[in-house]
Design a protein around this ligand. Structure first.
Ligand code: SF4
Ligand code: SF4
Length: 297
């Protein structure tokens, strides 16, 4: 379906979905999910939870949906996630579907997807995959018309490698950079340097003071787990209801943030004061800045 035919009159809702999955094929030293083995019972539960969520999405035609999968670990290595993404991408009431991934999985499923609506949020982990191989895979995906954002953690020892990655990726590939929090103090020159790769980096360096401030989560964006439990975001424990049992329209509404700080993109992106929806548009969840980023720093 073309962009012009995407639904506009339905009530918009973004969903960040995270099922029971908690394993990864990579071994990043700083990550609790690194090389955690995939237990059969957990995988079965995850698969059932995902199927239930996909069925809900398919029937939710009264909403104009954006869906971002934010797994604990790596999900795309499992075929049921690849099938789900391709399937959801064809639904007329879904504006966007995206997933956070390390990019290691087979990507042939993209040929079955509507690439105009699907996006990959890909993280490069320098300890796990050589830059050249990673850049070549991303460039090939870009050539095939896959919409993606690519990024890395702003570790000082990796700045030159990430700059080299920027130079190797097609210029139109948006890049994002996560500040290392805590652990690294970024001075003005550091922020300026990383910002040449991600113009939004300065927003990621320091936590945003959010208590009592407006945040779109709980109103136009929600977090849903494998059981259908709805939270406003991944960082606030209060339960708003259940996706499968409750009247979603009655649950949603504006509410101020109860937490003192918000320091993760998938949270602060929904602070109206930052105006990020106006910059990223429908690709806010996939973290794809619309303008081409500099080819090199
Ligand atoms: S790729 Fe992501 S989930 Fe996997 S070990 Fe590395 S940081 Fe953790
Ligand atoms: S500001 Fe962050 S922590 Fe607060 S409600 Fe929004 S997303 Fe959640």
């Amino acid at each position: 379906m073309s962009e012009a035919a995407l639904p506009t009159e339905l009530r918009p809702l973004g969903i960040l979905w995270r099922g029971p999955l908690d394993s990864c094929n990579y071994g990043c030293g700083y990550c609790p999910f690194a090389k955690r083995s995939s237990r059969r019972a957990m995988l079965d539960a995850d698969r059932v939870a995902l199927a239930r969520f996909v069925a809900w999405v398919e029937g939710a035609a009264e909403w104009s949906l954006e869906v971002l999968f934010t797994p604990y670990g790596e999900a795309l290595v499992w075929p049921w996630y690849r099938d789900a993404l391709a399937r959801i991408s064809h639904l007329p009431h879904v504006r966007r579907v995206a997933i956070q991934t390390n990019g290691s999985a087979p990507m042939g499923f993209l040929a079955e997807a509507d690439r105009a609506r699907l996006a990959l949020w890909v993280s490069w982990h320098p300890s796990e995959v050589p830059r050249e191989a990673f850049a070549a895979k991303m460039a090939a995906l870009h050539r095939e018309g896959t919409r993606l954002s690519v990024g890395a953690v702003a570790l000082p020892e990796n700045v030159e490698a990430v700059e080299a990655l920027r130079a190797e990726l097609p210029p139109g590939t948006p890049m994002w950079i996560n500040a290392q929090k805590p652990g690294v103090r970024y001075g003005p020159a550091d922020i300026e340097r990383w910002s040449r790769i991600d113009p939004g980096f300065a927003l990621d360096v320091r936590p945003h003071a959010t208590r009592g401030k407006p945040c779109d989560t709980g109103d136009t964006v929600i977090s849903v787990d494998g059981a259908g439990t709805i939270h406003r975001c991944h960082f606030v424990a209060d339960v708003l209801g259940n996706l499968y049992d409750d009247d979603l329209a009655a649950i949603l509404g504006p509410r101020p943030c109860p937490r003192p700080r918000c320091d993760c993109y998938i949270g602060y992106a929904h602070l109206p004061a930052l105006g990020m929806r106006a910059v990223y548009g429908d690709d806010l969840l996939a973290r794809m800045r619309p303008s081409a980023t500099p080819r090199s720093a």
